[in-house]
Design a protein around this ligand. Structure first.
Ligand code: NDP
Length: 296
């Protein structure tokens, strides 16, 4: 029997429609339009594409979006000055500096310069610490927050389940584990985190009720690593050569979809899975930030 397909595309569309309503309500009740600023240094085509998608999606739901594109030779001080200006700007509730920044700029310093109250990417150490200690208001990083939303909205609440996360990066695996063990909606799971030093990966992944894979290794998780009935979320986004395709490549996940789909209980595809959720959670964080600002 084939698995239930967990469509991030469909779930993201539902959330975006809810958010549009929330934006309209906020504007009507408080006169405040949520504002998102994206800052891009240089002309990396992938970064340009991501920033463009974020701004387009924001505008589509009534969020004010401001894109600031700076030349590649922008100095660190100049960039910090731009962020300081956005921190002080009441029209802006969310600030996103598109990563990576050029090598001559200290990425950590830039992230730390963002006002934690506007840190809609959730990468500021204050946000990371609050998530890790499950205390106070914070913005959860967008990709892991999207994974949790996908699970809950598709009827696979992680509470009480054993979730195996493959990958321990600061943008996906690690914050996802923190979200899943929170004593809060979307949390209360028992979590195991695997990485490249995990000796027998399959032995661990087979123990999962829910398996989330964020390795950046194309189609590495095969059917023999998954127990029948497992819920599988594939975060991986990889470009692999494909001479049969017009573009010469195809996009695939870290899970061998055709094989695993036949035995999993549910599975998210790539593309159309976690990808659309990431931008949606950024918009959700921006609306949340605006709402919190009006309450202060
Ligand atoms: P990183 O390269 O930062 O981290 C990969 C993790 O996977 C590391 O913890 C690494 O272990 C682990 N890993 C690598 N190889 C193995 C292996 N053979 N066995 C077990 N663990 C392994 O990647 P990211 O977290 O940034 O991204 C992961 C994937 O998710 C990528 O494909 C990326 O494109 C995608 N992604 C998709 C997003 C979306 O919106 N859809 C957003 C962000 C990422 P170790 O720590 O030991 O090196």
């Amino acid at each position: 029997m084939s698995a239930q397909i967990i469509s991030g595309k469909d779930i993201a569309a539902d959330i975006r429609s809810e958010l549009s309503g929330e934006v309209a309500k906020l504007v009507a009740e408080t006169g405040v339009t949520p504002g998102l600023a994206t800052v891009l240094v240089g002309e990396n085509p992938a970064s340009q594409m991501y920033v463009g998608m974020k701004n387009k999606a924001a505008a589509a739901m009534g969020i004010y979006s401001r894109q600031i594109t700076l030349p590649i030779d922008t100095s660190q001080d100049e960039l910090l000055g731009v962020v300081a200006g956005l921190n002080a700007d009441p029209a802006i509730h969310g600030i996103l500096v598109q990563l990576p920044v050029p090598d001559h700029i200290d990425e950590g310093l830039v992230i730390e310069s963002i006002d934690p109250l506007k840190d809609v990417d959730g990468f500021h150490p204050m946000s990371v610490g609050r998530l890790a200690t499950d205390s106070g208001e914070f913005f959860a990083p967008c990709t892991p927050a999207g994974v949790v939303e996908m699970l809950v909205r598709s009827g696979h609440d992680p509470a009480g389940k054993h979730v195996v996360v493959v990958g321990r990066s600061n943008i996906v695996g690690r914050p996802l584990a923190s979200l899943l063990i929170r004593k809060a909606p979307g949390g209360n799971a028992t979590v195991t985190v695997c990485h490249s030093r995990t000796p027998d990966l399959g032995a661990v992944t087979r123990t999962a009720d829910i398996l989330v894979v964020a390795m950046g290794r194309p189609e590495m998780v095969t059917a023999d690593m998954v127990t029948p009935g497992t819920v599988v979320i594939d975060v991986g986004t990889n470009r692999v050569d494909d001479p049969d395709s017009e573009k010469g490549y195809r996009v695939c996940g870290d899970v061998l979809f055709d094989e695993v789909e036949k035995i999993a209980g549910a599975i998210s595809p790539v593309p159309g899975g976690v990808g659309p959720m990431t931008i949606t959670m950024l918009l959700s964080n921006t609306v949340k930030s605006a709402r919190l600002a009006t309450a202060r």
